[in-house]
Design a protein. Structure first.
Length: 274
């Protein structure tokens, strides 16, 4: 089984990373894919969005797993994974991960701890989505090292898009130094009000600025109170309101992500046959 690992990251908070991880994950599951979500943000937003009301009370979380990797303690593939009602799996997270991030500074090969875990379990999945913390510290770098590609959610706001340069610099450093196969699947605009001139002009400007080098997804995620309501209910947008415009948008995003993977596999086959 070929598993694709996608890190979902923007160092600016409030861009819809957790919402995108959840709904893209469920969208992929609805297309017959086996999916694991890894919550790599100590705030535990993704875990809460999947109905884990008190992630800080969990006995096992990503911090536990990474601690075991650091200490070279063996554990089963299923260790700590929660099988969620919507058919996807979750490696949850809580505030203990902040302590692990601090500890990583003293660890050999500190950028590769998450990759060691992901490499152990990826045989069980078609897709692993990593919801990153809004920073460019050691946790997101671990996610970039573990990943095949990155999706960058961004609001169509000038301040939100300005930070992309720093993220792209970190991506380039990881690609050059540790993970040469890392790619950017695309920039995803979220919380878009297509009725406003500002949102339309920022999206168009970003397509012109980055479009030649980095994919900007055709799909954008519209602003909607339904997303907040779904998150509060601990459900994906598909389970909460399958016919709303946000659900349609995440269906379209899922198709784009699957198309990217299909093109990559076709290129790999072509290269292998030469």
């Amino acid at each position: 089984m070929n598993c694709k690992v996608i890190a979902i990251e923007n160092q600016k908070g409030g861009t819809g990373k957790s919402t995108t991880a959840l709904n893209l994950g469920v969208g992929l599951k609805m297309q017959g894919k086996k999916v694991l979500l890894i919550d790599a943000d100590p705030q535990g937003s993704l875990s809460i969005s999947l109905g884990i009301k008190r992630p800080d009370e969990l006995d096992i979380s990503l911090a536990t797993v990474m601690g075991n990797v650091i200490d070279n303690k063996p554990f089963d593939d299923d260790f700590g994974i929660i099988h969620c009602s919507e058919g996807i799996d979750l490696m949850p997270c809580n505030v203990e991960l902040s302590g692990i991030e601090s500890y990583l500074f003293t660890v050999m090969s500190r950028e590769c701890i998450m990759r060691t875990y992901v490499n152990q379990i990826k045989k069980n999945y078609d897709y692993i989505l990593i919801d990153c913390t809004p920073s460019l510290g050691l946790l997101p770098i671990n996610a970039f090292v573990a990943a095949d590609s990155i999706i960058v959610p961004s609001q169509p706001r000038i301040l939100s898009t300005k930070g992309l340069d720093l993220l792209l610099r970190t991506y380039s450093q990881v690609k050059r130094g540790i993970n040469p196969d890392l790619k950017i699947d695309g920039i995803l605009f979220t919380m878009v009000d297509a009725r406003t001139v500002n949102d339309r002009s920022v999206i168009e400007s970003m397509r012109e600025t980055f479009g030649m080098k980095i994919n900007v997804f055709d799909t954008f995620i519209p602003a909607s109170v339904r997303v907040t309501e779904a998150n509060m209910e601990g459900k994906s947008i598909f389970a909460y309101d399958n016919k709303c415009k946000v659900a349609d948008a995440y269906r379209n995003l899922t198709k784009e992500v699957l198309d990217i993977a299909a093109r990559e596999k076709a290129r790999f086959r072509d290269d292998g046959s030469r």
